[in-house]
Ligand binder design. Structure first.
Ligand SMILES: [Cu+2]
Length: 153
């Protein structure tokens, strides 16, 4: 009776140990990156990402080929990223940053290439709902409808 109980605990303990070993590896990537771009086949997915200054892009090579993440204007260059490998870049300033893979693309968004748009539009988006709230107030006079004031009612 107690023997089978002990076996159950041992299996559970082994399962927990495996989870504990795997968890730190996964969370390490999640903490570092604000946006993830996959290298899939001969393309970057998604090809365009949008971040704000100070945020980090993580490239993950999900393809069986080695690729590079090379800035058009020389700001960053990953060198060869092997299958399963990663590369990160943190944007310091606003701007549009085009990049390409040296073996499979070239500058100017040709072939295997992508773009990082860095701006503060997320802050601008936060202001956007305000005009919509102002528009809601003119609807109030409609509560008093002229056709409800016919004298013969
Ligand atoms: Cu490539």
């Amino acid at each position: 009776m107690s023997g089978s109980h002990r076996l159950c605990l041992r299996v559970l303990g082994t399962a927990l140990a495996v989870v504990c070993l795997l968890a730190p590896v996964g969370s390490a990537f999640a903490q570092d990156a604000d946006v993830t771009v996959a290298m899939q086949g001969l393309s970057f997915a998604p090809p365009t990402v949008h971040i704000t200054p100070g945020q980090t892009v993580l490239w993950v090579n999900d393809s069986p080929l080695a690729h590079t993440v090379t800035s058009d204007d020389g700001l960053f260059d990953s060198d060869m990223v092997d299958p399963g490998g990663t590369f990160t870049w943190t944007a310091d300033a606003a701007g549009e940053y085009q990049y390409f893979c040296q073996p499979h693309g070239s500058a100017g968004l040709k072939g295997m290439a992508g773009k990082i748009i860095v701006d503060t539009s997320m802050v601008e988006n936060a202001d956007a709902p305000q005009p919509a709230m102002v528009e809601a107030s003119p609807a109030q006079p409609a509560l008093v409808r002229p056709d409800e004031y016919y004298p013969d009612h």
